[in-house]
Design a protein around this ligand. Structure first.
Ligand code: COA
Ligand code: AMP
Length: 630
């Protein structure tokens, strides 16, 4: 039996021994009473009775342990022409002061703090400052519009909001503060205080009494100490798309999260303390939470915060400059970023301009890594390229080639094998296991390992109905795929209406809700169709109300604007097509899958239950006329 098999087997046969040992690498103020509390299934809790502070483990512990002068954070921002570094001691001090400022505004243990921030070091400091106080942060990605932000404010009910005057998207300055003002206007749960980081490119207008200048608040603050919390207390809430327009508040706890994330750095990514890890994502996504902020710092590594794009800031060599300049050992990004680079630099000429000698591996996640992209990356970089599969809910990879344990042979198109801690099964619609190689629902046998979501924010019932009801005893990933004879996992598609656009998770149901609100739209459907760069993009199909006599192009323009204003630019919603009617089953279910196959130019089987097969020809003709058909 290989080392991977041994470790994986032990993680499932003796989870308490396995994670109990992993927990020794974390500092505890009080040790746990039990590693796994399974007294209230299907709700499982890790390290019940344990007490700790996550910020202590990410910063203070390393300062005390001899890493005070080691670089903890490198901020590399081609869009502002800045490179800045913080040692562990400097970052600890900056975070303690910011925590002091939050405390002076009444933030304490259990209070929620929402962050609506661009990729600046203050965003990292803000998250850690919350962790220091035992407050619960909720970071909202900057590409979301005001109504989405308002929904999250109303659910999390933050006492305080951290924001900045603007973000920078390539060459474009994106004002953040007006969006926040608008969102607070829409929200019912108004925060008492906002700390606003004024960036030099754009000054934000301040609301008297509520808004305070970030730097002034920090300058006036006294450093705050770490507040000890229970292992099971929430560290953060991260909202993610559900099947409706109402996002799910994924909860992360303190103890299990710290244990699991540190463990992954060593065993999945193969990163030792003191080494440089670079994740090109955004702090608004789970990848950013886990692998820009928490995991590298919990491991005593150096993390890179990159404010820029894979291309255009200034060119497709931007990532390679960062890797070379900072001596990056392991690099993590989304396949879509690689497709963007490959499109602009197909021969890899910009790659060869830089010394990537220290790079040991590239990890890809967020969407399925298509084999041509993986092969190109392998050829250009000459290091292992690891496609690994995970979700906001899981917090860390469900499956991966765990380079820190044993490098397994690669099968292009597969996200390798289940990571230790994850018992992945493929089930049919009745919940029975299928044969190796047969496609079914990818499900995980409970309990989920530490670091995965224990529940949804103040929504235990929704947690249960969304994830646990379909297959009792299992967590339903809502991904479909198969496991082959060698135990390799192949993630093929979502089973719900979630799509992945440029590595960003979107709900087509949420977009449909916006389209349906247009006064001329009688009925609509949104599909994720194949896109060479972004993997998938949403396409809207609109049936207009009888009597709607304005030009279709005007209505399409209006719905595109509505999605941008209500959900945000991140939806990448640019195309809608007006059709006479939508294909449905006899019971009235819209045949989205069949329309997607038509749009992608793939073959499809005529659904036996279709109401009127002629509609499919109409749809194909309409898509063709609109230049959509593949
Ligand atoms: N704040 C404000 N607006 C944002 C934003 C943010 N943080 N992030 C994205 N946007 C905007 C973009 O400017 C763009 O606006 P536009 O419609 O006016 O052009 C829109 O949202 C769509 O963004 P995106 O889908 O990211 O497209 P892009 O053309 O700007 O960039 C890629 C394409 C492939 C370069 C980019 O998507 C990318 O780097 N993806 C990697 C994603 C990633 O790291 N995902 C995390 C999972 S690991
Ligand atoms: P998010 O919650 O935004 O991380 O999105 C999670 C979803 O992205 C998963 O449920 C998958 O559908 C998809 N995904 C993430 N990583 C992979 C991967 N390596 N292979 C296939 N799909 C992936």
């Amino acid at each position: 039996m290989g080392r991977y098999d041994e470790v994986h087997r032990r993680s499932l046969s003796d989870p308490e021994g396995f994670w109990g040992e992993a927990a020794e690498a974390i500092d505890w103020e009080r040790r746990w009473d039990c590693v796994l509390d399974d007294s209230r299934p299907p709700f499982f809790r890790w390290f019940r009775g344990g007490r700790l502070n996550t910020c202590w483990n990410a910063l203070d512990r390393h300062v005390a342990g001899g890493r005070a002068a080691q670089t903890a954070l490198i901020y590399d921002s081609p869009v502002t022409g800045t490179i800045a570094r913080w040692t562990y001691a400097e970052l600890r001090d900056a975070v303690a002061l910011l925590a002091g400022a939050l405390k002076s505004h009444g933030v304490g243990k259990g209070d929620r703090v929402l962050l609506y921030m661009p990729m600046v070091p203050e965003a990292v400091m803000g998250m850690l400052a919350c962790a220091r106080l035992g407050a619960v942060h909720s970071v909202v990605f900057g590409g979301f519009a005001a109504p989405e932000l308002a929904t999250r404010i109303d659910d999390a009910k933050p006492k305080l909001i951290l924001t900045a005057s603007c973000g920078i998207e390539g060459q474009r300055i994106v004002p953040y503060k007006p969006l926040l003002d608008q969102a607070i206007g829409l929200a019912t749960a108004k925060p008492a205080t906002c700390l606003v980081l004024q960036r030099p490119m754009m000054a934000a207008a301040m609301t008297k009494g509520r808004d305070h200048d970030w730097r002034e608040a920090v300058a006036a603050a006294r450093p705050a100490d770490c507040v000890i919390v229970d292992a099971t207390d929430p560290l953060y809430i991260l909202y993610t798309s559900g099947t409706t327009g109402i996002p799910k508040g994924v909860v992360r706890d303190n103890g299990g999260h710290a244990v699991a994330l540190r463990w992954t750095m060593e065993n999945i990514y193969g990163i030792a303390p003191g080494e440089v890890f670079f994740t090109a994502s955004d702090v608004g996504w789970v990848v950013g939470h886990s692998y820009i902020v928490y995991a590298p710092l919990l491991q005593g590594a150096t993390t890179v915060l990159y404010e820029g794009k894979p291309v255009g800031t200034p060119d497709a060599g931007a990532f390679w400059r960062v890797v070379a300049e900072h001596g990056v050992r392991v690099f993590f990004t989304a396949p879509t970023a690689f497709r963007a680079i490959k499109r602009e630099d197909p021969e890899g000429l910009l790659i060869r301009k830089h010394d990537l000698g220290k790079l040991r591996a590239l990890f890809l996640a967020g969407e399925r890594a298509d084999p041509p992209t993986v092969e190109w990356a392998e050829k250009q970089l000459g290091v292992p390229v690891v496609d690994h599969w995970w979700q906001t809910e899981t917090g860390w990879p469900i499956s991966a080639n765990c380079l820190g344990i044993e490098r397994l042979p690669v099968k292009h198109g597969s996200a390798t094998r289940a990571a230790p801690g994850w018992d992945v099964r493929v089930l049919d619609s009745d919940g029975h296991p299928v044969k190796p190689g047969d496609v079914g629902s990818l499900a995980i046998k409970l309990p989920l390992p530490p670091g995965a979501l224990p529940t949804l924010w103040q929504a235990d019932d929704r947690y249960r109905s969304s994830y646990l009801a379909e297959f009792p005893g299992f967590y339903e990933t809502a991904d479909a795929g198969f496991i082959d004879d060698d135990g390799y996992i192949w993630v093929m598609t979502r089973t719900d209406d979630i799509i992945n656009t440029a590595g960003h998770r979107l709900s087509t149901g949420g977009i449909e809700e916006v389209l349906a609100a247009h006064p001329d739209v009688a009925e609509c459907a949104v599909l994720g169709i194949a896109d060479a760069l972004k993997g998938q993009v949403p396409l809207g199909l609109l049936v207009l109300k009888v009597g709607a006599d304005r030009p279709a192009a005007t209505i399409v323009e209006e719905v595109v604007r509505m999605v941008r204003d209500r959900i945000g630019p991140v939806a990448s919603f640019r195309t809608a097509v007006v059709v006479q009617r939508l294909p449905k089953t006899r019971s009235g279910k819209i045949l989205r899958g069949t329309m997607r196959a038509i749009a992608d130019g793939r073959g499809y089987r005529m659904p036996a239950t279709i109401d009127d097969p002629a509609i499919l020809d109409e749809i194909a003709a309409a898509l063709k006329a609109a230049g959509v058909c593949g």
